[in-house]
Design a protein around this ligand. Structure first.
Ligand code: ASP
Length: 443
């Protein structure tokens, strides 16, 4: 018998109806033996996520504001789900404990973690699986550093001894037993850790979209879905803003060579996106498709520095980067020419520092000119299929020229897996559409 680790996100466990769908998916494949759940998410657009309400509950407590109403909303949602599913998960009793701990001043991490904890209790009761608490298994150090090896061992030992189990995502414990959560969206990480620890055949991540799309559907009408993508390609696209999965969820499974399958609980018939090892995706890429996806972000500033004979000056780029480090500004890209170097910076890091940075660069590097281009967007075209294929860059630039888009910057990673262009913010959408249309055949 194989083993699939299946993580279900907030919308997949948002209410009794969604949990029934989740149950059907799990029961339809006997290999789905380890299940990780998030806290209930939104049932409709204007709804609240349980995790947000739990943080709100803690804030009320801290501000000495009446907290009962918020607690009641949260409790009622869980009680309703328990009742509608006809299970006994001890929700009322759990809430008595939570309220007592809240009043005693329990930490925000503890309070927030209860969403996943009760969600897992309900799903375990509904499926007839063991409930396995993440406390004690997902381990953090005394200062909050995540302990990868200890966690792997503890999770592996406990989960391997279970026939079928449900584990709450998002949190673990410090050595003193205090709850510590991952960052938001962290149930993806717990799922990946469990998959790595039991050596799963696949890590399924069930959400409310059928995987990754080749481009943002708000920009390109009906973009094609990505059926297979490598971890590396995914990293490039996520960095540029395509988000479905928590970034830190990739490492534990990538390390173990376990594929991730992003699936849609509301459309289980869709195959979703498979995230696989780089060589496997590359092989596929070399086959037919040229690009895997396009992603981008707005609001960057480019500082372009020119100095005659820069190329012969030792330490020039280090000096420029040193200045940015002094201002605590992180750099996205550093395209360079013979006597020019540009630094690309996300505007959110600059807040009010730009003029001082320019002054410093002029003074400390004795540059001949320092030019600033504001309101820039970066667009990454990613795909292992581009590697060593001739004419890809030419087609991309031609497409942008035909669309009347002026390219202000080009950066091609040495892996040849991505080409990043800088365009004006106002050309952002036109550029993405043009690139998509030239590489993705219609129909
Ligand atoms: N419930 C947590 C959050 O909303 C963790 C998760 O769902 O992954 O961030």
């Amino acid at each position: 018998m194989g083993i699939k680790v299946a993580k279900f996100g907030g919308t997949s466990v948002a209410d009794a109806n969604q949990i029934r769908k989740t149950g059907e998916i799990i029961r339809s494949d006997g290999d789905r033996r380890i299940v990780i759940v998030s806290a209930p998410g939104k049932r409709f657009d204007a709804d609240n996520k349980i995790t947000d309400l739990l943080y709100l509950l803690k804030t009320h407590m801290e501000q000495n504001a009446p907290y009962e109403q918020v607690l009641q909303i949260i409790r009622d949602r869980f009680l309703e789900t328990e009742r509608e599913l006809g299970v006994r998960a001890g929700v009322a009793e759990e809430f008595r404990v939570i309220e007592a701990r809240l009043v005693e001043g329990a930490s925000a991490d503890y309070i927030a973690s209860r969403g996943e904890y009760i969600s897992a209790k309900i799903v375990a009761a509904y499926l007839g699986f063991d409930f396995v608490d993440a406390a004690g298994l997902v381990r953090f150090g005394a200062k909050g550093k995540f302990l990868r090896e200890e966690t792997k061992e503890a999770l592996g030992a406990t989960l391997s001894a279970c026939e079928r189990a449900v584990l709450p995502g998002f949190y673990g414990t410090r050595p003193d037993g205090e709850i510590k959560t991952f960052s938001r969206g962290g149930s993806d990480i717990t799922g990946a850790l469990a998959a790595g620890a039991v050596g799963a055949d696949v890590y399924e991540n069930w959400t409310d979209v059928s995987g990754f799309l080749m481009a943002d559907p708000r920009i390109v009408a009906n973009p094609k879905a990505i059926d297979v993508i490598s971890y590396k390609e995914l990293r490039e696209l996520s960095y540029m803003g395509a988000s479905v999965l928590h970034e830190n969820a990739i490492y534990p499974v990538r390390l173990a060579g376990i594929p991730i399958n992003i699936r849609n609980t509301n459309r289980p018939e869709d195959k979703g996106t498979m995230i696989v090892a780089d060589d496997i995706a590359e092989e596929q890429g070399r086959g037919q498709r040229i690009i895997t996806g396009i992603a981008g972000n707005r609001d960057f500033t480019v500082i372009a520095i020119y100095k005659n004979m820069m190329s012969a000056e030792v330490g020039f780029i280090r000096r420029v980067l040193g200045i940015l480090e002094d201002y605590d500004v992180s750099v996205e890209h550093i395209p360079s020419g013979v006597d020019t170097v540009s630094v690309v910076i996300a505007d959110r890091y600059l807040n009010g520092k730009l003029d001082d940075i320019i002054d410093d660069i002029e003074r400390k590097t004795q540059a001949d000119s320092v030019e600033v281009f504001e309101n820039m967007s970066l667009i990454a075209t990613v795909g292992s299929g581009m590697m060593s294929r001739k004419g890809v860059a030419a087609s991309l630039f031609a497409a942008l020229a035909d669309a009347g888009v002026n390219i202000r910057m080009i950066d091609q990673g040495s892996s040849e897996m991505n080409i990043i262009v800088g365009v004006e913010n106002e050309d952002f959408e036109t550029a993405i559409k043009a690139i998509y249309n030239v590489f993705v055949p219609t129909g």
